[in-house]
Design a protein around this ligand. Structure first.
Ligand SMILES: O=C([O-])CC(=O)C(=O)O
Length: 178
């Protein structure tokens, strides 16, 4: 039985949500020797997922985060980017992160790297990524949106729900808090 817990979106704990919903997906803490870390000031964030798959090209990330990031209830969505785990360039920096905030997104999870992390650490956005690197990606308008993505034992589609805090990342077909 899954249980939607009534709770403020800013005060959930992933461990408690998972205890109440043990069939939820759980991201592994070690993915081929790499781990997700927090880079934003908002270290507890959740929302409806929008998926992107791109490799060393953040065209889709930039255009999506420059568009409305609110769900039907007006809550922020979370962009989950499968960057193939590349540690060679960053798919998000402070300027795109600022446009995510301006457009109401709750957070961005990057299976890859980010940059401008000192500025990002002060921004009211959830950001989790595997690491950081000064180099930006090359925009060639390549990448796919709303496609199934998989990493770290997660298999995610747009319309699912993700919950992230300092304990880690969990995901579910249904909302876990209401
Ligand atoms: O423009 C990019 O590709 C990433 C970046 O530096 C930013 O968002 O500020």
């Amino acid at each position: 039985m899954s249980e939607s817990i009534q709770m403020d979106r800013g005060s959930f704990v992933t461990c408690d949500l998972l205890d109440a919903n043990p069939k939820s997906q759980v991201c592994l803490p070690n993915i081929e020797g790499k781990s997700f870390r927090q880079f934003g000031a908002k270290d507890r964030f959740c929302g409806e997922i929008v998926t992107v798959k791109c490799f060393e090209d953040n065209s889709c990330v930039k255009s999506l985060l420059n568009s409305d990031g609110k769900d039907k209830e007006g809550n922020g969505k979370v962009l989950v980017v499968d960057g193939g785990g590349s540690m060679r360039c960053a798919l998000l920096g402070d300027m795109i992160a600022q446009s995510a905030i301006d457009n109401g997104w709750a957070g961005v999870i990057v299976y890859g790297c980010v940059r401008d992390i000192d500025d990002m650490a002060a921004m009211n956005l959830g950001v989790m990524a595997l690491g950081c690197i000064p180099r930006k990606s090359t925009r060639r308008d390549e990448g796919q949106t709303d496609i199934e993505i998989s990493f770290g034992d997660l298999t995610l589609n747009s319309g699912m729900f993700v919950y992230a805090d300092n304990n880690g990342i969990i995901a579910s077909d249904k909302p876990l808090i209401s």
